[in-house]
Design a protein around this ligand. Structure first.
Ligand code: PSU
Ligand code: MN
Length: 308
């Protein structure tokens, strides 16, 4: 009943047992304007290929889960105006109705796990929104990290969120939050949030081993690898904080699924495009790290004493 369609290159990689990195599509349809969204998606796929893995951009097209998009499908999706934003709650309904939609971090994790893909690279995960004590707005991405066995590489959580509360919820849910190569938790457009990361790892092989250990322990869920934006591309905290404060003010009254896309679009305007340039740089950086982790996983899973 559940049909998943694999792109030509992903099908080939699966047959060969080669490393694959999943990519989400909400960042394409709801996170960036056209045509930069398409250029970003193509560039990120190429980064993964150049790093020795196969990219699998995940989306729902006409009611079918696609694991990897053919070039023409990616071009079409990037221009689709009415694409739905699909999270855990929406996925089955969208499939049942034959809809076309982009998958969030949560929905991409669900699809990746079903396809046997262990690593997923994106920009930033959803989290606890500022004012959540009144709005109750907490992204389903957090619960998904506790349920689906996928290692997600992101540049921390978007600085539009309440980062201390986001880290608290992740801890409650038992999600390992691992900063890569530094002790602080990164804040998307900036390398440091000012908060310490709960865990730190400096070695890709350790990250892969921790992923396999979690499974060996019988624990559900994945891990969040927080990879700081490259120094040359970061926006200083003081600068981005000003735009965030303004955007939050301008978007007062926006609710539910609309919140993240509207805030990102407003920050893009306020920054004269600088937020998008940084966003693209950090996604590419995460894609390259994701490819390295996927490669390490493939070589370690071949050693039976760990994978078990
Ligand atoms: N990161 C970006 N742009 C985005 C998102 C993340 O740079 O558009 C998307 C992701 O798909 C993430 C979603 O899963 O926003 C979170 O939305 P919500 O807070 O409604 O769960
Ligand atoms: Mn939300």
């Amino acid at each position: 009943m559940l049909e998943m369609r694999y792109s030509t290159e992903v099908a080939k990689a699966r047959d060969a047992g080669a490393p694959i990195v999943a990519l989400e599509s909400t960042i394409i349809t709801h996170g960036m304007p056209y045509p930069q969204n398409l250029a970003m998606a193509q560039q990120v796929e190429d980064d993964i290929r150049q790093a020795g893995a196969t990219p699998a951009t995940i989306a729902v097209l006409g009611g079918t889960i696609h694991i990897g998009l053919e070039p023409a499908e990616l071009e079409r999706l990037a221009q689709t105006k009415g694409a739905l934003k699909l999270s855990r709650a929406d996925l089955a309904v969208a499939l049942a109705m034959g809809a076309t939609g982009a998958t969030t971090v949560a929905a991409t994790m669900i699809c990746a796990a079903r396809a046997g893909i262990a690593v997923f690279a994106t920009g930033g995960i959803g989290g606890v929104h500022r004012g959540a004590e009144l709005s109750f707005d907490i992204s389903a991405d957090l619960q998904e990290l506790a349920q689906s066995p996928v290692t997600v590489v992101a540049a921390g959580a978007k600085a539009i969120l309440d980062l201390p509360k986001t880290l608290e919820v992740l801890e409650t849910l038992g999600v390992p939050v691992i900063a890569y190569g530094q002790s602080g938790f990164p804040a998307f457009w900036s390398r440091e949030s000012g908060l310490p990361a709960p865990l730190r790892m400096d070695d890709v092989a350790d990250i892969a081993r921790a992923h396999l250990m979690r499974a060996a322990l019988g624990l559900p869920g994945g891990q969040l690898v927080a990879n700081p934006i490259p120094e040359a591309d970061e926006i200083p905290r003081a600068v981005i904080d000003g735009w965030i404060a303004q955007a939050l003010e301008d978007c007062a009254g926006v609710a539910a699924k609309e919140v993240t896309p509207r805030l990102l679009a407003r920050i893009y305007e306020l920054s004269g495009g600088a937020s998008l340039t940084a966003n693209i740089a950090l996604v590419r950086n995460n894609a390259r790290l994701g490819a390295q982790i996927a490669r390490a996983l493939v070589s370690q899973a071949a050693q039976p004493h760990i994978g078990g």
